[in-house]
Write a protein that binds this ligand. Structure first.
Ligand SMILES: Cc1cc2nc3c(=O)[nH]c(=O)nc-3n(C[C@H](O)[C@H](O)[C@H](O)COP(=O)(O)O)c2cc1C
Length: 181
């Protein structure tokens, strides 16, 4: 399986990096960092990252054959561009390829509250089959730390694009497994 991870300029760029850490080894991963995500990285982490201006990269073509793409965090800017078909950098181009090739595209819009514009963009994309999955807290997995909470959210994202993991405890799964036995 080939998966693109695109990090745009929303708060929480570390979540994108954490996804990379947790992806199973047999999955080929391709990382795109937006120019503005670079600024957020400087504010929120101590990493120096390259920008996504390379629209001639392999990922910009449907022929490369990626199975899934995750944009985490997805800024309202990147959401709006993807929603209206703008493909002016490697992230938005690769996202437009995923839509046209009907492959899994997961966007994790990070904003609070969402404006009506952002909600309209999300609805439009959702109707096209794009997975809209913001980083939403979950308590049933009994998190003890921010790390646990992030693992839960990343686990939910992996579920949505069919990646196996053990990042969180599923709701009543033990009970279901007991009944099956
Ligand atoms: C520290 C920091 C945090 C930001 N957080 C968000 C955010 O959570 N959501 C968002 O939509 N934009 C956020 N922005 C603004 C975006 O980075 C800005 O709209 C930018 O144009 C997005 O560009 P991109 O979509 O090409 O990455 C943030 C900016 C900075 C500097």
């Amino acid at each position: 399986m080939k998966v693109i991870i695109a990090i745009s300029g929303g708060s929480g760029v570390n979540l994108g990096l954490k996804i990379l850490k947790h992806l199973p080894e047999d999955i080929k991963r391709y990382l795109i960092i937006s120019k503005n995500a670079k600024t957020v990285f400087k504010e929120e982490t101590n990493l120096e990252i390259f920008d996504d201006g390379d629209i001639a990269a392999s990922l910009a073509s449907g022929s490369f054959g990626c199975n899934a793409m995750i944009v985490v965090p997805c800024s309202m800017n990147t959401l709006a561009k993807i929603g209206c078909g703008i493909a002016d950098n490697l992230t938005t181009r690769a996202a437009s390829v995923m839509i046209k090739e009907k492959k899994d595209l997961l966007l994790a819009p990070r904003e609070l509250p969402y404006s009506a514009i952002a909600l309209e963009n999300m609805l439009k994309l959702s109707r096209l089959g794009v997975i809209i999955a913001p980083p939403v807290l979950g308590y049933y997995s009994n998190p003890k730390s921010l790390d646990d909470m992030e693992d839960f959210i990343i686990g939910k994202w992996f579920d949505l694009i069919g990646i196996k993991h053990h990042l969180y405890s599923r709701w009543k799964v033990d009970e279901i497994e007991d009944k099956d036995e």
